[in-house]
Design a protein around this ligand. Structure first.
Ligand SMILES: [Zn+2]
Length: 370
């Protein structure tokens, strides 16, 4: 077999284990004989690492199962000029988005404060109407605040894809095609993009129509797929992260290899594989329209992201409730007057119950003041 990128013959001395979906975001499928060691390490260092950085917020809040352990804590800026670390699996609270935007070099910076999902939904709907140019998915991605630590809002990175992470996406599609028996040389558009630093991107974003058939609602799934069925002679790839970052890759504009249609889905929270399929029946005009940002309009992105964001908020609310419960129990026992190892008396139990009740009322009142 030859390397899917550089066509070098792969022999034991230059073989490498390639993760088809990067391991850093929870990809599990790894294969030898797809990329040579040099291409693999080059792609990992330059492309996959940038993709992982862009998606790290989601890797953290969904606490993805990675071979190398939990995702690194994500640093976010607070409105008061401070910084916060969000750790995988640790409590965070629900948020109320108050959107602020300001121009920065190379784009727009968004800031958010939020309190409840209903408020978030209303504000997002207003925003989509008022600001058609707004990068809604990025705002949604940043709308996480630990209310126990600050009263301000958070500022997080808004970028996705771009010239480095975009190449990681195209590489995933190319490697998945290679596993289906498609040689790299049958994918000239992908190869041109991966090997020529100034080449035009061969991918675009698609939120509507949804290429995933029978999508499970709110699942932050990853997918890589390839198809030449109903594509008007093209070989198309599809790469999705966290259920809403959805990319169509034109691997070949004029494909003459064997017919292929294959997809791989994983729930990165558990590592579980999902039995799903994609529909990539897009002709040339449709692909051109996807590349022209016609299928990732703000309201389309919002409706793709909303169910996943809701799953995320649900998880964060549960984490916070668990944290608050554990804290109340711990405090009630500490203050009941019993010493370590002592048998608890009825009086101790009465104090514990009273303390729990008082703390619960206090906690509820704190929540309702937010
Ligand atoms: Zn190579």
């Amino acid at each position: 077999m030859n390397c899917a990128i550089c066509s070098t013959e792969i022999v034991p001395s230059n073989d490498s284990e390639e993760h088809i979906i990067p391991a850093s975001v929870g990809g599990k499928l790894k294969k030898r004989g797809v990329l040579c060691r040099s291409c693999n390490s080059n792609a990992g260092e330059k492309w996959d690492s940038e993709l992982a950085r862009q998606l790290n917020f989601f890797s953290v809040v969904f606490d993805v199962r990675r071979d190398r352990g939990p995702a690194p804590a994500e640093k976010v800026q607070t409105s008061s000029g401070g910084e916060l670390l969000i750790h995988p699996g640790k409590p965070m609270t629900a948020v109320r988005p108050v959107f602020k935007s300001s121009p920065v070099a190379g784009g727009i910076s968004y800031e958010i404060q939020a309190r409840s999902i209903d408020e978030a939904r209303v504000l997002l709907q207003q925003l989509a109407r008022k600001h058609p140019a707004l990068d809604v998915e990025a705002v949604l991605a940043g709308a996480q605040v630990n209310n126990d630590l600050l009263d301000g809002y958070l500022h997080t990175s808004t970028d996705f894809a771009g010239e480095l992470a975009g190449r990681s996406i195209v590489k995933s599609a190319l490697c998945w095609a290679a596993l289906q028996g498609v040689s790299g040389t049958s994918c000239p558009e992908a190869l041109e993009y991966l090997t020529n630093p100034t080449a035009e991107p061969c991918f675009g974003f698609i939120n509507e129509p949804d290429p995933v058939l029978n999508r499970p609602i709110g699942v932050p799934l990853h997918c890589v797929a390839v198809s030449s069925l109903g594509t008007a002679g093209q070989l198309l790839g599809y790469v999705e992260f966290f259920g809403w970052r959805r990319t169509v890759v034109q691997l070949a504009r004029a494909y003459s290899g064997p017919t292929v249609h294959a997809s791989h889905f994983i729930d990165p929270r558990t590592g579980e594989l999902l039995e799903l399929d994609v529909d990539l029946c897009f002709d040339h005009a449709m692909v051109a329209s996807i590349f022209d940002y016609k299928h990732c309009l703000p309201d389309q992105v919002t409706s793709s992201a909303a169910p996943v964001i809701e799953t995320m908020l649900e998880k964060l609310r549960k984490q916070e409730a668990d944290r608050a419960n554990a804290e109340m129990v711990e405090r009630a026992f500490r203050e009941c007057g019993a010493s370590e190892g002592e048998m608890l008396t009825e009086e101790h139990f009465r104090k514990i119950a009273a303390s729990m009740a008082a703390q619960f009322v206090e906690y509820q009142s704190k929540l309702s003041r937010r």
